[in-house]
Design a protein around this ligand. Structure first.
Ligand SMILES: C[S@@+](CC[C@H](N)C(=O)[O-])C[C@H]1O[C@@H](n2cnc3c(N)ncnc32)[C@H](O)[C@@H]1O
Length: 349
């Protein structure tokens, strides 16, 4: 096919996508990284050979490539699945860099979409287990990397997926990994609507993952990594995150890097997972988190009132005082360490 014909075909594919870009008036079309009228960018696109059957592990996943990949399957981004695709390969490189992905690593990617992050992970030498809920995107990414032998795609909802058994069998079958010292990693640009579910699912898996690196909504990232005591944003999830991991805010990602453009900015957070032996010592994790949730259930109430179903007000007052806190303390005033001490004091009685 001559370049001019390819060029024409490419132009013909644009209108439906441009139309789809307005599927939600709140999602503004992104500023093209290569302006659509720029002939050089089209030539580059044709020269890359996208759209043929070659595994595309080296092509640039920019605005045009993302549109073309979606168009090849007749897809438009679905808001219900949080499909805001990454248009900037440099950010994918940085995400992979934060996780320190190396040759031979096993990486769980949630929601590969068109495969832009998958591409960077595979190019870094990782074997990727990708869990994608959208069957069309699962098929697309599977086809794209079929010749690499470095990708397994599960067309499943991550929240219902048996992550542990899939990862364990992959790590166990990867010869050059010493499973005692080298664990799998999670690197993903996840849909914002499942952030809490993903955190709850993965952070307690320090026995199989060393690190979870996620692209989150910026506001969520800040709330989870830098919570302030005595604010309404301080919630049980903060206790949970710090119980199971050491979180670190890495960098902000402007909304203009996504297609369609979301209404909010994003940020990359690294959660270094604690080994089970490093978790705070409590008699039972289940009863500990049940106590924390109860304490926050009625946030304005003092702990001596909200935990009355566990023991009497007087016993709670004494327990609070025995760990150096006021008997009138409220949940938003307690750190993880305070909650651990309170739990241990109450349950030993
Ligand atoms: C924000 S997009 C990211 C796509 C791609 N990783 C990228 O960076 O361009 C989120 C992806 O997660 C998928 N997804 C949404 N809900 C999911 C779920 N519950 N389980 C697995 N994948 C999901 C979407 O279909 C979409 O491909």
């Amino acid at each position: 096919m001559s370049q001019s014909l390819s060029h024409r075909c490419y132009l013909q594919t644009l209108p439906p996508i441009s139309h789809n870009a307005t599927f939600n008036s709140r999602h503004k079309p992104p500023p093209p990284r290569n302006p659509t009228g720029d002939k050089r960018s089209r030539k580059f696109y044709v020269a890359c050979g996208r759209g043929n059957n070659r595994a595309s592990t080296t092509n640039k996943d920019d605005y045009h490539a993302t549109l073309k990949a979606l168009n090849s399957k007749g897809r438009s981004p679905k808001k219900s699945l949080g499909q805001n695709y990454m248009l900037n390969s440099d950010i994918n490189e940085q995400l992979v860099g934060v996780a320190g992905v190396e040759e031979g690593d096993v990486v769980l990617e949630i929601g590969p979409g068109t495969g832009s992050l998958t591409n960077t992970l595979i190019n870094s030498g990782a074997f990727v287990l990708a869990v994608e809920k959208d069957k069309h995107m699962a098929a697309l990414v599977s086809e794209r990397f079929s010749s690499t032998g470095k990708l397994k795609v599960l067309n499943e909802d991550i929240v219902k997926c048996h992550v542990r058994s899939h990862i364990s069998s992959l790590v166990g079958s990867t010869e050059d990994i010493d499973s005692d010292t080298r664990k799998a990693k999670v690197v993903a640009n996840i849909p914002f609507y499942i952030s809490t579910d993903v955190i709850k699912l993965l952070l307690p898996m320090g026995d199989i993952f060393s690190e979870v690196v996620l692209l989150l909504q910026e506001e969520t990232a800040l709330r989870w990594v830098e919570p302030s005591l005595r604010t309404p944003e301080y919630r049980p999830i903060n206790i949970f995150v710090n119980f199971y991991s050491d979180p670190e805010y890495k960098f902000k990602v402007a909304r203009t890097n996504f297609f369609p453009q979301p209404n909010v900015d994003a940020a990359v957070v690294s959660f270094k997972l604690k080994q089970p032996s490093e978790y705070p010592q409590v008699s039972s994790n289940k009863s500990f988190f049940s106590m924390v949730n109860s304490a926050f259930n009625e946030k304005r109430k003092m702990i001596r009132k909200s935990l009355q179903h566990i023991c009497t007000s007087l016993e709670i007052e004494e327990a609070l005082e025995s760990i150096g806190l006021l008997s009138t303390s409220r949940p938003e005033e307690l750190t993880l360490d305070d909650f651990v001490k309170l739990h241990n004091s109450i349950t030993k009685e």
